[in-house]
Design a binder for this molecule. Structure first.
Ligand code: SAM
Length: 224
């Protein structure tokens, strides 16, 4: 296991990263503070340290990615997390976004499709002092047994908005989900106004790895 060392150089680079995403339009102070606090390089192999504070997505295991910091901040800002909110994240990946949600004070449930990534995250995050509830499997239909949620964040590109996710939101809850094709998706925010009414807003384009599973894209024979 890599040594977890957070040097002045890392801290300095992290500060610059926060300034960069703030210049790009992120305003939520709690979100910026969370990104400032969490050593993103801990989620990278040591040899790739230098890339951890670039505002870019980066490959992790199993053909997946740790999302771009700006994207993490953008989705977190749209969620409007309040302390003690119950948040479901679909697509644990490296676990970085889950840590940001924990720093915002949320109770975090997170599910990952790829067994290898799930196993890595469940061993690694507690070493950093982060304890989200972690699950492995297809999260494209949410996790009914812990519903309803104050917020649901999907960190993989979906072909359509799964109805099940809207059902699992509390009234007043928010779903943040990238929707589009395999190359490009627009960020969609759904606010559940009442049991039968939603408000939908569409934001900028992003590029995520595909959401798999029953409400996602076919797998092309990828291994879980
Ligand atoms: N949130 C992650 C982070 O902070 O590193 C980034 C996640 S990566 C862009 C998207 C993740 O979604 C991948 O790890 C992928 O395996 C996962 N995924 C795709 N389809 C899924 C599904 N149906 N259920 C759960 N996870 C899924």
């Amino acid at each position: 296991m890599r040594q977890l060392e957070d040097t002045y150089k890392h801290k300095g680079l992290r500060k610059q990263l926060v300034q960069e995403i703030s210049r790009k339009g992120i305003k939520d102070k709690a979100v910026l503070n969370a990104i400032h606090k969490i050593p993103r390089h801990f989620f990278f192999d040591k040899i790739f340290d230098a890339h951890a504070y670039e505002d870019k997505a980066f490959p992790i295991d199993a053909g997946q990615t740790i999302s771009q910091p700006y994207t993490v901040a953008f989705q977190s800002e749209l969620l409007q997390v309040k302390p003690e909110d119950k948040i479901l994240e679909i697509g644990t990946g490296s676990g970085y976004q889950a840590c940001v949600l924990l720093e915002l004070g949320a109770k975090v449930y997170t599910i990952e499709y790829q067994k290898k990534l799930y196993q890595k995250a469940i061993r690694f995050l507690p070493k950093l002092g982060y304890q989200p509830h972690m699950y492995q499997g297809d999260g494209s239909k949410g996790i009914t047994r812990f519903a309803p949620y104050d917020g649901i964040i999907v960190t993989a590109g979906a072909p359509t908005i799964p109805e099940e996710l809207i059902k699992q939101l509390k009234i007043g809850g928010r779903l943040v989900i990238p929707v589009g094709n395999n190359d490009i998706q627009s960020m969609v925010l759904i606010e559940k106004v009442s049991e039968n009414k939603i408000k939908k807003k569409q934001f900028d384009n992003f590029s995520f790895v595909p959401l798999r599973g029953e409400r996602g894209w076919p797998t092309n024979g990828e291994i879980k």
